[in-house]
Ligand binder design. Structure first.
Ligand SMILES: Cc1ncc(COP(=O)(O)O)c(C=O)c1O
Length: 385
């Protein structure tokens, strides 16, 4: 047996990868589990987007390796999108880099900036990939608290002074997953100042700004953010293109170039039809988001019914494709969801997979159709009866 590298010795298999195996096994026993866990949009992309993909893939000249920086049309479409929706001006040649998904981007950014022993600040609760990417780099991971009483914002004033002096990078994510907290201009301004003052690279991971959110915002829109801030964005959620693997990183030229140095040595560019279809998606009119959100708003109502049945409390003004909710006092998240899974065959995500501050919370995904929500409501109402 050959031993695995030290960098993955502590890294566990992704929670969902294991849980989905378990659910598959339950289904093979005839359990018919209703999965309200995973945040993979079930709705299709716009028709003109898939039409473009098919047309482009049928051409003879679209199958070669592509430029590491992607086609200029895609970079321009991203820059225009940032200008139109976030009021951010980006140079499409130097400040925009398309990526094969933003999860992959988390790894590329970590590889570009973290040396072993460097300190990286990650949110608790937060998207698990920030921590695992940092751990794989041998970085020193320090989590900062997001608490309901502070609107799930970091308490920047009270971060430990020694940690701040050592920190090189910080991950933030607004609108926030899993808590659904939206960004505010004030918190983005504070973060941009914080990045300058402490010389820390602050990266906002922003895949959810178009879901159930009237005011999409970018960290790059505030003053000073062009110095030490980057933003990751994604086509996965806003355009129902999760499986296509299209993301982007935007910001200062020197930082983007550092990420390109990693990327160009790891991947070999994005399939051209995917790039051309992504341009089509980025140019969709606002009515695209309005229609998608109509559906999510209806699902959110059904998710609220489920949470009411389960005796949970929640904020109705959450953004993103999840409902984050507090479970009844005295219950533990994992035993709470396990009971529902084993007794009612409904899977809901425990808050603890996002960090210790997720204890006492659960997360319901809005990525299932209304029939599935109604079926879950029926099953769960039987608990109450
Ligand atoms: C906060 C956050 N960032 C990034 C991602 C990854 O998105 P992508 O599909 O672009 O890799 C997810 C997906 O679940 C997410 O929740």
């Amino acid at each position: 047996m050959i031993e695995v590298a030290n960098r993955i010795a502590e890294v566990k298999e992704y929670y969902f990868s294991k849980k989905l195996d378990e659910i598959r096994e339950m289904n093979s026993r005839g359990c018919d589990v209703l999965n309200l866990g995973i945040g993979s949009p079930d709705l299709p992309p716009a028709k003109q987007v898939t039409d473009k993909l098919v047309h482009s893939a049928s051409q003879a000249n679209t199958h070669a390796y592509q430029s590491y920086r992607s086609i200029p049309e895609l970079r321009s479409a991203i820059a225009n999108f940032y200008s139109r929706h976030y009021d951010v001006t980006l140079d499409s040649v130097t400040e925009v880099l398309p990526l094969l998904g933003s999860k992959e981007g988390v790894m590329y950014i970590s590889m570009a900036f973290l040396n072993p022993g460097d300190t990286v600040l990650i949110p608790n609760p937060g998207y698990p990939a920030y921590k695992t990417a940092a751990e794989m780099m041998g970085a020193n991971v320090v989590s900062f608290d997001l608490k309901e009483e502070n609107n799930w914002f970091p308490d920047l004033e009270n971060l430990d002074k020694n940690t701040l002096a050592a920190a090189k990078m910080m991950w933030v994510n607004y609108p926030n997953m899993p808590t659904g907290q939206r960004a505010t201009k004030e918190i983005f301004e504070q973060l941009a100042l914080f990045a300058q003052k402490h010389n820390i690279l602050v990266v906002n991971d922003n895949p959810y700004s178009f879901i159930l959110n009237d005011h999409p915002m970018s960290l790059l829109s505030v003053q000073g953010a062009n110095e030490n801030c980057l933003e990751l964005n994604s086509m996965s959620k806003a355009f129902n293109m999760a499986g296509w693997r299209v993301g982007m990183v935007c910001g200062r030229e020197e930082y983007v170039n550092a990420i390109l140095r990693v990327k160009s040595n790891v991947d070999s560019g994005m399939f051209k039809p995917v790039q051309e279809a992504s341009v089509e998606a980025l140019n969709l009119p606002d009515s695209w988001f309005e229609n998608v959100n109509l559906e999510y708003a209806q699902r959110r109502k059904l998710a609220e019914r489920i949470l009411d049945i389960l005796g949970c409390s929640y904020d109705v003004k959450q953004s993103g494709m999840f409902m984050w909710a507090k479970i009844p006092v005295g219950r533990k998240s994992e035993e709470f969801i396990e009971e529902i899974l084993q007794e009612r065959f409904v899977f809901i995500t425990p808050g603890t997979i996002f960090g210790s501050n997720g204890e006492g919370y659960i997360r319901i995904s809005l990525c299932s159709n209304k029939e599935m929500f109604n079926a879950a409501i029926e099953r769960l109402e039987m608990i109450k009866a």
